[in-house]
Design a protein around this ligand. Structure first.
Ligand SMILES: C[S@@+](CC[C@H](N)C(=O)[O-])C[C@H]1O[C@@H](n2cnc3c(N)ncnc32)[C@H](O)[C@@H]1O
Length: 293
């Protein structure tokens, strides 16, 4: 399903919610190209799918309980190879727009869709944010940014800008469901190294901002460089508020790392029990539902 003109009911982008300027846009584009390269390589050989073979069951349940089950239209922003998209197609009747900057991720998702009865309920969208804003099936009942998509978008201004643009695509009574990596649990060595570089005046944008890190990991024998913004609850809530959202619910996503809970169903089940009472920031990820205000 694909609409051709501006969608009915879409929120207008006001100056209050649009924080970019031409200089920021350029930096954001360069940044997105670097992320696209990294994730293209990550998805290309199937490494991502082997590391995270299925959705985090607790997060899938959270999405379903927060509007997903009855949604008619869902946007999976930063869908990757579609582990959530496929699960949502299976357990809802929704149409899903799956958007990602990585062409390899969409190729992987397309391959996973072939042979399923779901192809007619999916739009694959990857030609850039402006296409997404003007040609797909908005307004959405639920917009997803799962497993750190927001963290990969660049500096604070770029992240707020993206959140603001997505806000314009959410229905009046719709919801945004986000999960992000927690600053209390992830990459302490890199956090320290980048904090030191900032203190010494050696950090270049976007690494001059607290919580931003860059690191290289070997994937199939090739070094891949990743950028993350690691979040605390306060800065996530604050960015959402700047972009025109109110937080409805905030909790820990899991106690164990994502690869553990998605590779082993037993560990996933155990983790679900253990993480129930965990403070949000102590989760491996932080899970939030936000609504447009
Ligand atoms: C860690 S993966 C998560 C994928 C998927 N949501 C999941 O849970 O498996 C992050 C995804 O965000 C995508 N991404 C990175 N920057 C993006 C951007 N600016 N816009 C859209 N997607 C982006 C990457 O290509 C990658 O597929």
């Amino acid at each position: 399903m694909r609409s051709t003109g501006p969608a009915h009911g879409r929120r207008s982008i006001t100056s209050r919610h649009w924080m970019g300027n031409p200089g920021d846009r350029m930096k954001t584009d360069e940044f997105a190209k670097a992320m696209r390269r990294t994730y293209d390589l990550y998805f290309l050989g199937g490494d991502y799918g082997r590391r995270y073979p299925r959705p985090n069951a607790a997060t899938l349940g959270f999405v379903l309980a927060n509007g997903g089950r009855d949604a008619q239209r869902i946007l999976d922003f930063g869908c990757g190879d579609g582990r959530y998209c496929l699960a949502l197609l299976e357990c809802t009747r929704a149409h899903v727009t799956a958007y990602d900057i990585s062409a390899s991720s969409l190729i992987a998702l397309n391959a996973r869709l072939s042979g399923t009865p779901f192809r007619g309920r999916v739009s694959l969208a990857g030609t850039g944010m402006s296409q997404l804003l003007h040609t797909y099936a908005a307004p959405y009942d639920v917009v997803l940014m799962l497993f750190g998509v927001l963290s990969l978008i660049g500096d604070r201004a770029a992240r707020i800008d993206t959140l603001s643009q997505l806000r314009c695509l959410i229905a009046e009574d719709g919801r945004l469901v986000i999960t992000v990596p927690s600053i209390a649990r992830r990459r302490p060595v890199e956090l320290l190294r980048h904090a030191l570089a900032r203190r010494l005046g050696r950090a270049r944008p976007p690494l001059d901002e607290g919580g931003n890190i860059r690191f290289t990991r070997e994937v199939s024998g090739k070094p891949l460089t990743f950028f993350y913004h690691l979040y605390g609850v306060r800065d996530l809530t604050d960015e959402l508020s700047q972009a025109g959202y109110a937080v409805q619910c905030c909790e820990a996503e899991s106690l164990l790392p994502e690869w553990c809970v998605t590779q082993s169903r037993v560990l996933g089940w155990l983790d679900r029990k253990l993480s129930r009472r965990l403070p949000a920031v102590l989760g491996y990820g932080i899970r939030i539902v936000a609504v447009p205000v």
